[in-house]
Write a protein that binds this ligand. Structure first.
Ligand SMILES: [Zn+2]
Length: 490
């Protein structure tokens, strides 16, 4: 049995108190770094893109009607055969950078009901692959032991050491990104994942000559005989016909440092001047400055959701979790304490979600020494008490499931929290009671040390005079747990 004793006032304090550390980091994209991403995505006439199966809709209501999907995402670091990197390779903590990308993927794609479950990291030690530029996917697809280079039920993100580019096949959950683009520039990985989810560049076929296909025309009037936005370019009608706006190697520099379009280009018919809007300059699927990239349009999001449903190459469906949201309520690392010594690593949950860990009480007589399964409702909970972790929290070590709480993942918009963890096998061996004599949090306090008998006394709270207290429990392994309570009249 756990004692329920926090009042509303106190709970608000607890939530504010734990949330203050969450907002210290600026979101990705803050520095004004020119995008030199050389995205090797090409769509040739042989590519199977199922053009005729897309609706080209730009209807937000339709977009909102798509059911949630959860993709596994697994990360591979290319290394030399001896396990090392070359001296010029960008140094990084690979797990940390992978988790940064998981967070960015979720923050960016969750609004479209697309979720990513961090599924792990590994290395591929292979001298040929390490130095490869073209043909990486071919090499991987023909690897003698596929399990050493592909996780079949997952997105596979390959982080290449020696080259500076990104690439992805169309509608196929494989992405290559170079180390320099993987580290700290999450929008480049979002771009490649966009390709893997069926999105083309906003400027695709802008010359009109790559495959003999007609370039996308400027007009957005579907009655105009020149109109082809629905079948040309990126096949999305709410992105403008456009050239690559910023791409040094191609001679384009049509965006200023404030993300304004300053170009004067015309479409490939050389008649109509481009009409470029903020959605184009800021588009993740365009070539633009890194700090400008922050969105896709409704039309692109619908194309992405339809691409997942159509699954033109039969590659995306296997990477979708069949257990859906349940996987997001599982730690990616660490262990729950059940009984005995404290595990070395606590259960860690992936970043990129806002978590509310809500006070809970298991209905079972001996409580729940391990969390209840997802969808098991055998517990009560109090929404006023808990710990909040913001989706942009960057101290990943604190994203853990506290004892006596259930988990609510805010982005999933589920009505009740899940997985009550209510373990009472761990008893404090001492502690402290701090009484706030003025019933506010100031320094006028009375401190009383507690031994193992008194701190474990079932009537500890009942025996207190009314007032505001901080009860600190001290555990054998050095851990402490604090609970702020307002004791009212019994
Ligand atoms: Zn690209």
């Amino acid at each position: 049995m756990k004692i329920k004793f926090l009042t509303h006032y106190c709970a608000v304090f607890v939530l504010l108190f734990t949330a203050t550390t969450a907002f210290s980091q600026s979101p990705p994209g803050a520095p004004s770094v020119p995008d030199t991403l050389n995205c090797n995505f090409t769509l040739d006439s042989q590519s199977n893109i199922c053009d005729e199966e897309f609706t080209q809709s730009t209807d937000q209501v339709y977009l909102d009607s798509f059911e949630p999907v959860v993709f596994n995402v697994y990360f591979w670091e290319f290394r030399l055969a001896d396990g090392n990197l070359d001296p010029n390779a960008t140094p990084m903590d690979f797990e940390k950078e992978s988790l940064d990308v998981v967070a960015a993927l979720n923050i960016f794609y969750n609004p479209y009901n697309v979720y990513f479950k961090y599924y792990g990291i590994n290395t591929i030690e292979d001298n040929t692959l390490y130095g490869l530029y073209n043909g990486i996917f071919n090499y991987i697809n023909n690897y003698p032991t596929p399990s050493e280079v592909i996780v079949p039920n997952s997105f596979n993100i390959y982080v290449s050491a020696s080259i500076n580019y990104g690439t992805a096949p169309n509608s196929n959950p494989k992405v290559v990104i170079s180390r320099g683009k993987f580290k700290g520039q999450e929008y480049d990985t979002l771009h490649e994942v966009g390709h893997a989810l069926g999105l083309l560049h906003t400027h695709e076929f802008y010359t009109g000559t790559i495959t003999g296909e007609e370039c996308e025309h400027v007009t957005r009037d579907s009655q105009n005989s020149e109109y082809n936005a629905n079948v040309a370019g990126d096949r999305v009608t709410d992105t403008a016909a456009s050239s690559p706006l910023v791409q040094e190697s191609l001679g384009f520099d049509d965006v200023d440092s404030e993300c304004n379009y300053i170009g004067t280009g015309k479409d490939c018919d050389d008649v109509n001047q481009y009409q470029i809007f903020p959605n184009d300059v800021h588009n993740v699927m365009g070539y633009t400055y890194y700090n400008c990239k922050d969105r896709i349009t409704v039309g692109q999001a619908i194309r992405m959701r339809e691409a997942i449903e159509i699954d033109c190459n039969d590659k995306l469906t296997p990477a979708i979790r069949t257990d859906g949201f349940a996987s997001l309520y599982e730690p990616y690392k660490g262990d729950y304490f059940e009984v005995g010594p404290q595990p070395a690593i606590p259960p860690l949950y992936q970043p990129g979600f806002s978590y509310n860990f809500i006070s809970c009480d298991c209905l079972a007589t001996n409580d729940c020494p391990l969390p209840l399964p997802y969808l098991d409702t055998g517990f009560t909970y109090n929404e006023q008490i808990g710990t909040f972790i913001h989706k942009e929290e960057t101290n990943y070590g604190i994203i853990t499931h506290p004892n006596h709480t259930a988990i609510r993942i805010m982005e999933l918009e589920e009505l009740q929290p899940w997985r009550c963890y209510d373990n009472n096998n761990r008893k404090p061996n001492g502690g402290t009671i701090i009484k706030f004599n003025d019933n506010v949090l100031n320094t006028n306090v009375t401190i009383t040390a507690q031994d193992s008998v008194s701190i474990n006394n079932e009537n500890l709270i009942n025996n207190l005079e009314p007032g505001l207290y901080n009860i600190i429990e001290q555990f054998e392994d050095g851990d402490t747990e604090e609970q702020l309570i307002i004791k009212e009249n019994n």
